[in-house]
Design a binder for this molecule. Structure first.
Ligand code: NAP
Ligand code: MG
Length: 494
């Protein structure tokens, strides 16, 4: 598999107009192993014009869903055929353990297969007759692709986040300009190469690499883009929404959170520990829905904390390509600095570090950070209120269901929440009370391509995945015909 280093625009590979390059670092050793094109506004303009042309004059939006599905299934097939190599590329670029990368790449392939099946059904479902009381008119509702999509994605699940946006957009008949995260662009470039291999028409998928302000911003501001789909930080999401307001672009945002996990006193401690660990240490905690605030009933708080601490200390940390490693490095030096600073600030504000807290002693290079448990975190501390996006969990006791729900909901975010209890009635009651786009009962983190994904409150707008994710990329058109032989008679008779 070739590691690409150019931009993919209008079906062709080309260097950035200004010739800039960005080094690509392996997070496990901090060493540069490749370089990619650093694009600028000129390149974005070329990509958007190509996508515009492919949409306005090209075959893609005019094909049947079944024909588009054929391409999506081919993309999935090539991804699956090359899964181990793509997963290894993802590990070198992002740092995550190989088993997690393989899981992600398989999910990315499945995302293309799933949206291929929706594209196939779309042929029957895209036009729907509406019953009207006035028989002189016939109305149908037609769903059409929204147009040119600007997709901007983060670095935590590089290929999977690309698939979550590109697959439904292409299935709907849209054309796409994708801007991957600067620190993890390699598998998005591989996706471009795969789209070329399966003969996707030129301009339908364009991949432009580079920095947020140099590539993301001109894409967001471009007047020929119809819709923006973004996953990342709240700060950038807010800017994107403001920019979209200028010319009323459609926008969907997925902005992370500070998700709670409530553990009731009737929980089995082993199961609770296992799911809490998965909820915060999976992908090094760089997960938008990470359950980073754990609320434990006071009756089992000490026992739970002891077990969680013991298990967290056992996690094997290291290069994601090494066998047996469960926690890889953070994605970048910058993210390592951010997580380190967040823990230092929490301690200054009164938190206690129960375990972890910084770089593991035995790993002097690479962006490694220990699994970290904080207690005594003040409710006003940013460690409690803000996303850390690292393997750092805040644990806190509660005394009643009412308190637990109030603490859980006391956040500006609402992406996800989890509750563990053996009492089914209580689980349902709490699930209903939690203000979040996803509520997990007796688990944390599983997400399914078939089910909607997105946030309440400041965690975002709109839903990805499932048929909701497909809707994101559709417009709704009413077509009304006058079918009576009688004259309309408004001016003639009145
Ligand atoms: P970010 O800046 O929001 O990055 C997300 C994407 O937006 C990247 O592709 C980025 O490009 C791009 N971008 C940056 N500035 C932009 C602009 N002005 N206009 C358009 N696009 C722009 O996130 P980050 O800096 O990588 O991470 C910061 C924090 O965000 C994390 O610590 C975490 O709390 C949160 N985060 C959340 C998610 C999530 O899944 N919800 C994912 C990642 C991060 P570059 O790659 O060049 O920055
Ligand atoms: Mg990298």
């Amino acid at each position: 598999m070739n590691m690409r280093n150019e931009l993919f625009i209008d079906g062709k590979w080309a260097p950035a107009a200004r010739g800039g390059m960005l080094e690509v670092f392996n997070p496990a050793d901090g060493k540069a192993f490749h370089a990619i094109a650093a694009a600028s506004a000129e390149d974005v303009d070329r990509a958007v014009i190509a996508a515009r042309r492919a949409f306005d004059d090209g075959v893609w939006p005019r094909m049947s869903g079944r024909e588009r599905a054929h391409y999506l299934r081919r993309i999935a097939e090539v991804i699956r055929g090359r899964l181990p190599a793509i997963a290894e590329l993802e590990v070198r670029d992002n740092g995550k353990p190989r088993a997690e990368a393989e899981w992600d790449i398989g999910d990315a392939a499945y995302t293309f297969e799933y949206y291929a099946s929706l594209a196939e059904k779309f042929d029957e479902e895209r036009s729907e007759a509406i019953a009207l009381p006035d028989q002189r008119f016939k109305t149908r509702v037609v769903r059409e692709p929204v147009g040119v999509v600007g997709a901007i994605i983060p670095w935590n699940y590089p290929l999977l986040m690309a698939a979550w946006k590109v697959a439904p957009a292409l299935a709907a008949g849209c054309t796409v300009v994708l801007k991957p995260a600067e620190s993890t662009s390699l598998t998005a470039l591989e996706l471009a190469a795969i789209s070329e291999e399966v003969d996707l028409p030129p301009g339908v998928l364009n991949v432009v690499t580079g920095l947020g302000p140099d590539v993301g911003q001109p894409l967001v501001d471009h007047p020929l883009v119809d819709k923006l789909a973004f996953t990342g930080s709240g700060a950038v999401g807010s800017r994107i929404m403001a920019a979209a307001a200028k010319d009323i672009k459609r926008v969907s945002l997925e902005l992370g959170g500070k998700s709670p996990f409530i553990v009731f006193e009737d929980s089995e401690i082993d199961k609770a520990v296992e799911w809490v660990m998965f909820g915060i240490f999976w992908n090094q905690g760089q997960v938008c829905s990470a359950t980073s605030r754990v609320l434990v009933h006071e009756q089992i708080y000490h026992k739970f904390l002891e077990r969680l601490t013991a298990e967290a200390r056992k996690i094997t940390i290291g290069d994601g390509l090494k066998k047996g490693v469960l926690l890889g490095p953070l994605v970048s030096d910058l993210q390592h600095q951010r997580v380190t600073a967040a823990v230092e600030k929490a301690v200054a504000e009164g938190a206690t570090v129960v375990t972890g807290g910084g770089r593991p002693k035995e790993l002097e290079t690479g962006y490694f950070f220990e699994p970290t448990i904080l207690t005594d975190v003040p409710l006003t501390s940013s460690a409690w209120t803000d996303e850390i996006f690292g393997p750092v969990v805040c644990v806190r006791p509660f005394s009643s269901e009412k308190d637990a729900v109030a603490l859980a909901n006391d956040t500006r975010f609402g992406l996800a929440a989890a509750v563990m209890t053996r009492d089914a009635g209580r689980a349902e009651r709490v699930a209903a009370a939690l203000r979040a786009g996803t509520v997990w009962i007796n688990c944390s983190q599983p997400s399914f391509i078939e089910a909607p994904w997105g946030g309440y409150k400041q965690s975002g707008i709109g839903r990805e995945l499932g048929r909701w994710g497909f809707e994101n990329y559709l417009e709704t058109k009413q077509v009304t015909a006058y079918v009576s032989d009688d004259p309309w008679g408004w001016y003639i008779k009145h």
